[in-house]
Design a protein around this ligand. Structure first.
Ligand SMILES: C[S@@+](CC[C@H](N)C(=O)[O-])C[C@H]1O[C@@H](n2cnc3c(N)ncnc32)[C@H](O)[C@@H]1O
Length: 267
């Protein structure tokens, strides 16, 4: 957690005149970029360690905090250091409308793996089997955070901590456990793989320790994941529609899990 104990609540660490750029340059290569106010707000809320945060307009950023995040307003005030607009633009690939950017420490793989492996599990793990689209992965992490899922595991080459995924996830990587794993190393628990050819998901209760797997945008589920699956489930879909978007499929499935607690028969 951030605790800039030496600075008054409304002042950034080191005082208003301190230069955040040396810290930024030192950490940029190894840290998670939080791009925009909302990503920073979520990361701080969920306990991320944020060594440096900048804005091109501190008053505007704090006004947003007053309006949208009073719970972390003082912590944001203690973190955000104002830099010239020109400087801010050199720190990010695409300037964000809120002109806020920060660097956070990525949680250790060991910590995430322990969270994913922990039993008894009280909420499912979502598996994206070889996803291709960074925006989809970010949207799924945001969903997982919203539903309180245990974590999101990706297989394949996509980096689930890529800056574009973090941007799509609105900084909610810090609210769930996000890691890349091989199919053989997936966390324990009954594996439900979602596929348009599976059994209708309606009427089934997904257990809290479920591992919910979704295929890639183009190719669907890999042979390796299918071989490992305990159940193949489909989401209701009218004939002649081939499939849903990956992230919306995850949304429906997590909603089904959350809404059906105690109301349907268990598998
Ligand atoms: C865009 S779809 C993949 C479409 C791909 N052409 C295929 O052959 O499956 C991405 C993933 O979303 C999930 N999905 C999409 N529509 C679904 C449905 N009606 N029922 C179950 N899962 C679905 C599956 O996990 C699927 O692999």
């Amino acid at each position: 957690m951030n605790d800039p104990a030496s600075a008054p609540a409304d002042e950034p660490p080191g005082g208003p005149a301190a230069d955040p750029l040396p810290t930024w340059r030192r950490l940029a290569g190894t840290s998670v970029l939080l791009d925009g106010f909302h990503a920073l707000k979520h990361a701080v809320r969920f306990g991320a360690e944020v060594p440096v945060a900048v804005t091109a307009d501190r008053a505007a950023a704090l006004a947003l905090a007053d309006e949208l995040a009073p719970d972390v307003r003082d912590r944001l005030a203690g973190l955000l250091q104002e830099v010239p607009e020109k400087t801010y633009r050199t720190l990010v690939a695409r300037p964000h409308p809120t002109a806020v950017a920060a660097l956070a420490v990525r949680p250790s793989r060991a910590t995430n793996l322990a969270a994913l492996a922990h039993t008894p599990r009280t909420a499912p793990v979502v598996v994206l089997d070889n996803p291709r689209n960074l925006g989809n992965a970010g949207a799924v992490i945001r969903l997982a955070a919203g539903f309180g899922a245990t974590g999101v595991v990706t297989t394949g080459t996509l980096d689930p901590w890529h800056a574009t995924v973090v941007r799509g996830g609105a900084g909610l990587h810090f609210a769930t456990a996000v890691e890349r794993l091989e199919v053989v190393d997936l966390p324990p628990g009954p594996l439900f793989a979602l596929d348009p050819e599976g059994d209708d998901i309606r009427g089934l209760k997904l257990p809290d320790d479920a591992v919910l797997a979704f295929g890639s945008e183009r190719g669907g589920l890999s042979a390796e994941l299918r071989a490992r699956a305990d159940h193949l489930l489909s989401l209701p879909m009218r004939p002649q529609v081939s499939s849903y978007n990956l992230a919306t499929s995850v949304a429906m499935t997590l909603y089904h899990w959350s809404a059906a607690q105690g109301t349907h028969r268990a598998l």
